[in-house]
Design a protein around this ligand. Structure first.
Ligand code: 5AD
Ligand code: SF4
Length: 468
């Protein structure tokens, strides 16, 4: 019986939301009798979960599909499916690609098993995308998505003791550069009891850290009877769950509303980690307006000050887009100025990539040359590196608690081996990456590490013992 199982090679591009979707698809497939394989060579089915946020991400998928087209010439029976954001964005156009048999948008993922089985049976191309993606789902559709999410929402197999839990889908913000609202639809918040039940189940299975996910997670709101639940409520309820030790949440939108009570939860609950991902995108008010971000650089820095007043050791991460249409040297200098003032733990910097269908693409000229975007990207990263290096030095000699992820992927000379133990990597509550030597059995456990060396991106240390 076992040999009959169809083997699926499942590949994921993009953000944590996508990783979560991939994990859901993976367990739904296994539940339906498919098995997973880590090579295309052995696969009967190749499924690619895709990202549309920048053109580069889409190009990578197309190059993968080009490769699969060749493979399909000799392996006629292989089925290729594209799921996720690109599937929703390109729909029928993607289905016309020679390599592609199945196209399934993010909102249709609960149907993935049914769609795949049909494609395997009929060998006919199949398209499942949402017609009016900005239209609110019917109650029935919401229920089906919710059912799928709560049935298959299990721990991340890659990272022991950790899990992602979605608290909301979609986005209502319409930043002018962003494709997300057009591929993931309007904002829908999951019911608090479903979220909490899911976290309880995860805790029962040994999960110690949950990361709550939402595009603008601080605006989570759900009316149940008389009560309106906020993210702070969720954080407090989750804090009471035995077994869950660390709670993180990404990504927050810089706005006055729904900010203070979240910071207070961070300050008062031992379990809510002192880490805030708060993308600024630019430090120029002119560009922020063109991006349809609803704050000024000054207001943004005020929020950061408030965060540090409430949670003194908070680690803040930022996202920036460089080379947005019309960005002058002066605008970029304002961004660099903001980065200097914000003292981020780390920054993610992206070169502006025009996305079809977005306001910026339709109304603004992508007039910053690629080389200049690249130059600004390098400059900003370099600036942040200097800041991170400085901030990380403060960790020297300190003992930190980390949740161990597993073997470090690339060996670091700094944490030299002791011949007995492996080089492990873990993260602190503030998302600092820590490399140290220790027994492999520590994966998924908390450990105390004494920091002996630092670099801009990594802390290095000596294992001090298991933390129960
Ligand atoms: N071009 C470049 N970066 C983008 N991002 C979103 N859309 C674009 C785009 N069109 C970045 C933002 C966001 C992160 C997830 O990706 O910085 O916070
Ligand atoms: Fe995109 Fe803006 Fe929504 Fe973030 S808040 S997903 S950048 S539209």
């Amino acid at each position: 019986m076992k040999e009959d199982k169809k083997k699926v090679y499942l590949r994921s591009f993009g953000c944590q939301m996508n990783k979560l979707d991939t994990a859901l698809v993976s367990s739904a497939l296994k539940d339906a009798g498919f098995s997973l394989t880590d090579s295309v060579k052995n696969a009967d089915v190749v499924l690619i979960n895709t990202c549309s946020v920048r053109e580069h991400a889409e190009q990578r998928v197309f190059s993968h599909l080009g490769h699969l087209k060749h493979i399909k010439k000799t392996r006629l029976d292989i089925v290729v499916g594209v799921i996720g954001c690109m599937a929703q964005r390109l729909g029928a156009e993607l289905l016309r690609h020679e390599a592609v048999d199945l196209v399934c948008g993010p909102a249709q993922i609960p149907r993935i098993v049914e769609l795949l089985e049909k494609t395997l049976q009929t060998r006919q191309k199949s398209l499942a995308v949402t017609e009016n993606i900005r239209q609110r789902n019917s109650e029935e559709q919401d229920l089906s998505i919710e059912r799928f999410e709560s049935t298959y929402g299990i721990e991340d197999k890659q990272l022991q003791s950790q899990a992602f839990v979605r608290v909301m889908r979609g986005c209502n913000n319409f930043c002018t550069y962003c494709v997300v609202p057009y591929v993931r639809g309007p904002e829908v918040c999951r019911p608090p009891e479903a979220i909490i039940q899911q976290i309880r189940r995860l805790a029962d299975r040994g999960v110690k850290q949950v990361t709550l996910l939402g595009q603008t997670i601080n605006s989570y709101k759900y009316k149940a009877g008389e009560k309106i639940y906020s993210l702070a409520d969720l954080l407090w309820i989750a804090s009471d769950i035995e077994g869950i030790e660390w709670i993180k949440f990404i990504t927050s939108y810089p706005c006055e509303e729904f900010f203070d009570d979240i910071l207070q939860a961070m300050a008062d609950s031992l379990k809510v980690c002192n880490y805030l991902h708060l993308p600024a995108q630019s430090g120029s008010d002119r560009i922020l307006t063109a991006m349809n971000r609803h704050y000024t650089a000054h207001q943004y820095l005020d929020l950061i000050d408030r965060a540090r007043d409430t949670v003194p050791d908070i680690a803040i991460a930022g996202d920036f887009i460089v080379g947005f249409p019309g960005e002058t040297d002066e605008d970029f200098a304002a961004t660099a100025e903001l980065v200097k003032k914000a003292k981020y733990r780390n920054c993610f910097v992206f070169k502006y990539s025009p996305r079809p269908g977005t306001v910026a693409d339709e109304r603004l000229l992508d007039n910053v040359p690629y080389e200049l975007k690249q130059k600004r990207n390098v400059e900003l990263l370099h600036l942040q590196e200097t800041i991170s290096a400085q901030l990380n030095k403060a960790f020297m000699g300190r003992k930190v608690k980390v949740l161990v992820e597993g073997l470090s992927k690339k060996p670091h000379a700094c944490a030299s081996g002791d011949g007995q133990h492996s080089q492990l990597v873990g993260r602190t509550a503030t998302e600092h990456i820590v490399v140290f030597n220790g027994p492999q059995s520590l994966a998924g456990e908390f450990a105390d590490v004494q920091i002996t060396q630092t670099s801009p991106l990594t802390l290095f240390g000596v294992y001090e013992g298991r933390k129960s």
